[in-house]
Design a protein around this ligand. Structure first.
Ligand code: AMP
Ligand code: MN
Length: 341
């Protein structure tokens, strides 16, 4: 059974959602993209949009810089995602729908620049690079915004669409841990469950599909975890050698960063992933009002208050003390603004 999407748009968004609806209705061929190294929200937002365009009889191609982690391939439509560093020459389209990207370089795909772009994003600091720009920092996942667009288009909530909207919310809220969850988040989830989504199956597929190698990797990483600031800040480091010694690939690192936060005292985690090319990818997570996005912003990255990241080139032994010290400050500032428990 599929119910029509029925909801009230967040205040002030009617006009832009109407513009996006009109832009989609009046066009036929679409490209859909999102950020490099996709996560659940980028996958779910793109596929929910693609299935909605199918329902309208529109053509769409999804073009991403990187393949999604393997366990996402159990969800409908993943095989539709084309992996490319450049927009394929035959990708003729009337519009590109870019989701989850503060600027176009985040896609990691060249060739979208001169096209008609519909920019839908919930990351603070969006550069408004589209012909239409909808940026809503209050959305817990970009898929909450996609849900609005789909509703405005009058597309029914099919099981495929519902699955991807729920997948995106489940993962982007850190399985309902982050502080940007609102009644609206649950209202949308309620509708996805009514459309047939099974939250238990979703959670098992996303969180309980580790390889044995990943369990080994978790052990190795937690074993060498450093704690600073009376255990309030945790530091994890990973290089290619440790990854290989556990029989793992990059796909297996997803979600590990959240584990230290399960310790009561730990308020912030930083995960340094060094690569053979001399790059350091920095991921950060935090609890409550500890703002790691500010830290990422200072290094050219971005994200959200409780989940942010950036990538730099340079030696880890120089970067690490800087970031750890900055996180200690973020923790202290966050603790000051936290209401008493
Ligand atoms: P990650 O730690 O890679 O899972 O990213 C956490 C959050 O930070 C996500 O919302 C990402 O989109 C965002 N993020 C990570 N790296 C960057 C970056 N280089 N620029 C902007 N946002 C980023
Ligand atoms: Mn997101």
């Amino acid at each position: 059974m599929s119910n029509p999407v029925s909801h009230v748009l967040p205040a002030g968004t009617d006009a832009v959602v109407g513009q996006i609806r009109d832009a989609i209705v009046s066009r036929q061929r679409f490209l859909i993209t999102s950020h490099a190294r996709p996560d659940g929200d980028s996958i779910g937002s793109q596929l929910a949009m693609a299935f909605a365009l199918d329902a309208l009889g529109k053509q769409s191609r999804i073009i991403n810089a990187d393949r999604a982690p393997d366990h996402y391939y159990e969800f409908p439509g993943l095989g539709r995602i084309e992996i490319a560093a450049e927009v394929p020459a035959d990708a003729i389209a009337d519009a590109v729908i870019v989701m989850e990207c503060g600027d176009l370089t985040r896609t990691g795909v060249r060739g979208f620049e001169e096209r008609y772009i519909i920019n839908i994003d919930h990351h603070a600091g969006n550069r408004m690079y589209g012909a239409i720009n909808w940026f809503d920092e209050s959305a817990a996942a970009c898929s909450e915004m996609v849900y609005d667009v789909i509703g405005a288009l009058g597309v029914p909530m099919s099981l495929e669409i519902a699955t991807h909207i729920y997948l995106a919310i489940l993962t982007d809220t850190g399985s309902f841990h982050h502080s940007n969850i609102t009644p609206r988040t649950f209202d949308i989830c309620r509708q996805t469950v009514e459309a047939g989504v099974n939250p238990a199956i979703m959670a098992r597929r996303v969180y309980d599909s580790n390889s044995f190698g990943k369990l080994k990797l978790i052990g190795a990483l937690l074993d060498q975890m450093e704690l600073v600031h009376d255990g309030r800040v945790a530091v994890l480091r990973l290089d290619d050698d440790v990854l290989a010694s556990c029989g793992c690939t990059n796909n297996d690192t997803e979600g590990i960063i959240n584990l230290p936060l399960t310790a009561r005292e730990i308020q912030a985690v930083v995960f340094f992933r060094t690569t053979a090319e001399g790059e350091v990818r920095v991921s950060m997570r935090s609890k409550y009002d500890v703002d790691v996005r500010m830290v990422a912003n200072e290094h050219g990255g971005g994200g959200h208050k409780n989940a942010a990241g950036f990538t730099v080139t340079g030696p880890l032994h120089e970067l690490q003390p800087l970031i750890v010290e900055r996180l200690v400050r973020a923790v202290d500032e966050g603790l000051e603004s936290r209401p008493p428990e």
